[in-house]
Design a protein around this ligand. Structure first.
Ligand code: FAD
Length: 406
């Protein structure tokens, strides 16, 4: 194979890191993944709108049918003041969740080569390879280091110290509800619909996602909502992002970490500002959680033997629903470049970097524009959604809406 014997270390074992591990292993590389977390990752049930790039590994290898691990919708409904339909567009999307994607990629990669509880602490690059220093004192050597270490990437700080993620001025409150928890009429409506509610300074969306049981065969449908709310930087943001132990977080507060008074205020605001069936979904959510919305541009994604991918490079706001797709696309393109250069790492990274920089820049910019319109009442009711990786619209998944196709 093109890259036979090439040693690759992947820093970060989430969706971007696992995608890289799989595509580079396919190219013939010998891949080890080092993940900081001591326990297998879980995404708090968070929903992920799919793009063909997000599920490329599954469609190429047929390890699992995409139709079996995702939920289809056929229409977008803009919700009016009375809770009814203000406008509808017939367009098919598919929705997965962090947990099903992680499980599917992990099942494909297998436990050998995936190391939990191992934090990369630094690296030194020379002409022949990269020496990777671990926080536990270990030292590893590789030909290529792929850094998929997320929004607060240490690797980005080493390679591009001036590129700092910036808070966009609003947060996403999120929650999931099982069939048992939600009003049956809402559950029924969301069988094939994603609903949007636009407001002068916020917007909410709600859609079906899969809930994973013991295995990927035990998928059930549940519902995922997001309410994007403007929160100015400063005391209001700090008070919201202070967890139950009194620590101020800068990126996210997981389920159970949000202070009860902030959850109570969310539910009061929902009752006052949202149509009844949407506020009811929030009211019924036991442990809503929060993600601060960030942007980050990077001037570079590679040295001769180190690559930044996914949120470890550009961080895009979520309105195009393509962050995971971008991570997977960075990984796929890296595999193609390595194959094309016969495993010549510096040549592959020279070929790979400009295209991925262009993709990241365009996606960050498109999301900035969408976010500022969605959060200021300027997004037109009935307009096509911003979903898409390379362009608005490329997340439409006609092919996957037929039952039984992958
Ligand atoms: C509100 C919201 C909604 C979203 N909705 C969608 C959507 O619908 N569709 C979509 O495609 N995307 C969506 N996204 C984006 C998506 O969640 C991210 O872009 C994607 O998960 C990034 O994956 P990643 O692997 O690059 O980073 P991460 O998932 O952040 O993983 C980074 C990993 O690196 C590990 N790590 C960090 N430092 C080290 C170290 N020093 N050593 C070893 N390991 C380390 C971490 O523990 C972590 O596991 C959304 C994002 C938000 C905030």
């Amino acid at each position: 194979m093109a890259c036979s014997g090439l040693r690759v270390i992947v820093m970060g074992g989430s969706l971007g890191g696992l995608s890289a591990a799989l595509f580079l292993r396919d190219a013939g590389c010998d891949v080890s993944v080092f993940e900081r977390s001591r326990t297998p990752l879980a995404g708090r049930g968070a929903g992920i709108a799919l793009n063909p790039a997000t599920v490329r590994y599954f469609t190429l290898h047929e390890t699992v049918a995409v139709s079996a691990i995702s939920m289809p919708t056929r229409r977008v409904r803009y919700v009016g003041d009375d809770g009814g339909s203000a406008a509808e567009i017939e367009v098919p999307y598919r929705f997965g969740s962090y947990d099903v994607l992680y499980r599917g990629l992990m099942d494909a990669f297998g436990p050998a080569g995936y190391h939990l509880g191992r934090t990369v602490a630094g690296f030194e690059e020379d002409a022949e390879g990269v020496t990777v220093r671990m926080a536990d004192g270990g030292v590893e050597r590789c030909d290529l280091l792929v850094c998929a270490d997320g929004v607060r990437s240490a690797a980005r700080a080493w390679l591009a110290p001036d590129a700092q993620p910036e808070y966009a001025g609003y947060v996403a409150w999120r929650g999931t509800l099982s069939e048992r928890e939600i009003d049956p009429r809402t559950f029924d409506l969301l069988r094939d619909t994603i609903a949007y509610r636009l407001m002068p300074d916020s917007h909410m969306l709600i859609y079906p996602i899969p809930e994973v049981g013991e295995s990927l065969r035990g998928i059930e449908r549940c519902v995922n909502w997001l309410w994007y709310r403007n929160v100015p930087r400063g005391p209001a943001f700090d008070a919201l992002m202070t967890d139950q132990d009194g620590n101020v977080r800068d990126v996210s507060l997981g389920p159970g970490a949000v202070r009860p008074e902030n959850v109570a205020a969310l539910k009061r605001d929902a009752a006052a500002q949202l149509p009844q069936w949407l506020s009811d979904a929030i009211r019924r959510t036991g442990e809503p959680f929060i993600q601060a919305i960030m942007d980050c541009d990077v001037p570079r994604m590679a040295t001769a033997r180190v690559a930044l991918i996914g949120d470890g490079a550009f961080v895009a706001r979520p309105h195009a629903a393509a962050g995971t797709a971008k991570a997977a696309e960075d990984a796929w393109q890296l595999g193609l470049a390595l194959r094309a250069t016969g495993g010549d790492v510096p040549a592959a990274l020279r070929e790979w970097e400009p295209r991925q920089l262009a993709l990241g820049r365009a996606l960050v910019e498109r999301n900035r524009r969408a976010g500022s319109r969605l959060q200021s009442g300027a997004w037109p009711v009935g307009a096509p959604l911003a979903f898409g990786l390379y362009a608005q619209g490329d997340s439409v998944m006609h092919w996957a809406c037929q039952a039984g196709t992958a």
